[in-house]
Design a protein around this ligand. Structure first.
Ligand SMILES: Nc1nc2c(ncn2[C@@H]2O[C@H](COP(=O)(O)OP(=O)(O)OP(=O)(O)O)[C@@H](O)[C@H]2O)c(=O)[nH]1
Ligand SMILES: [Mg+2]
Length: 293
């Protein structure tokens, strides 16, 4: 989607040291695993796929899980799945907080490992558990998925980037070991709109980004959506206002956060708007469409 002129703004370049270290640890752990499951966010499948993984994962079989489908536009999720599969990836759509058939997911991953081994001419059975690395950028739901598959709270989970700081092995029943890894971004993000998209879905820290700018970016995304896809009645509106200011006014009024004299408290209003988006009160919105070829 268009960036509405955000790309002249300076990039944050957010790539903290712990991510560099996590990338190194990921490389080291690769030789121990049979399969990598890369989680991306179904609301922004292109922006949340780490391009550096292709180089790091050199030759390891990778399956893609587009997570948080419950927050994304279901039609767009179907288009993305079809597009990525046309590009040669195997893709699962998932709500990690509530996977419909967790055991089936594991069975599928195990099958994929066995098929891959057969392709390489390994006919004997694995004499150790199947080992699967769960990788992806921050906040895409890696630890949530691991917990769900383990059916216990083994891994720490939270609604912000950088909750998991170390690799953690988790043993499942039925001969499978999962490796939960810290979220890793890459040092050179192309443009400001890309950074803003990552921040909007919580994969970049809010404190490295100006929340008012983020709210303005969200307005630009909402402005591009057909009005019927957005729950405008939440703010007593019928469609997206023509300016970010008018949207902020409506949100402030609805949330009762106007200052004396009817002035808008921009920071608190921006935080309220972002929370409404992230909690899916505004609607199930996907921020980018697959290329049409
Ligand atoms: N709605 C929804 N929320 C999800 C889903 N999966 C995870 N979450 C939420 O997303 C947030 C981040 O989840 P985590 O599992 O901590 O994400 P992570 O990828 O491990 O994040 P890092 O450890 O920071 O890299 C939490 O608030 C989860 O409850 C999902 O499929 N749908
Ligand atoms: Mg985690």
């Amino acid at each position: 989607m268009t960036d509405f002129g955000f790309n002249h703004l300076p990039l944050t370049g957010w790539f903290p040291g712990h991510m560099l270290k996590a990338g190194r640890k990921m490389r080291e752990a690769l030789k121990l695993v049979d399969l990598v499951v890369e989680l991306i966010d179904a609301r922004a499948p292109r922006s949340t796929r780490n391009p550096a993984f292709r180089q790091i994962l050199q030759g390891k079989p990778v399956l893609i899980v587009a997570n948080k489908v419950d927050l994304a536009d279901p039609v767009m999720s179907g288009w993305w799945q079809a597009y990525l599969e046309r590009m040669g990836d195997q893709v699962f759509l998932l709500d990690a907080r509530n996977p419909a058939h967790p055991a089936e997911l594991i069975r599928c991953w195990k099958n994929s490992v066995h098929e891959e081994r057969e392709k390489r001419g390994a006919h004997n059975k694995l004499s150790r558990p199947v080992r699967i690395m769960i990788a992806g950028i921050p906040n895409v739901g890696k630890s949530t998925l691991v917990n769900r598959l383990h059916s216990g709270k083994k891994a720490e989970v939270g609604p912000k980037a950088g909750v998991t700081r170390h690799n953690q092995w988790i043993t499942l029943k039925g001969g499978v070991e999962l490796l939960d890894t810290p979220g890793v971004l890459w040092p050179h993000i192309r443009d400001k709109a890309h950074e803003l998209r990552l921040a909007l879905i919580g994969s970049m820290k809010d404190d490295v980004m100006n929340v008012e700018l983020l709210a303005e970016y969200l307005w630009s995304e909402l402005h591009q959506q057909p009005p019927e896809r957005v729950a405008w009645d939440l703010y007593n509106l019928e469609a997206c206002p023509d300016t970010p200011d008018a949207l902020m006014q409506a949100v402030a009024q609805r949330r009762g956060i106007l200052r004396g004299g009817g002035k808008i408290d921009y920071t608190r209003t921006a935080i309220a708007l972002l929370k409404d988006y992230r909690d899916c009160r505004i609607g199930r919105l996907t921020l980018e469409a697959p290329p049409q070829d």
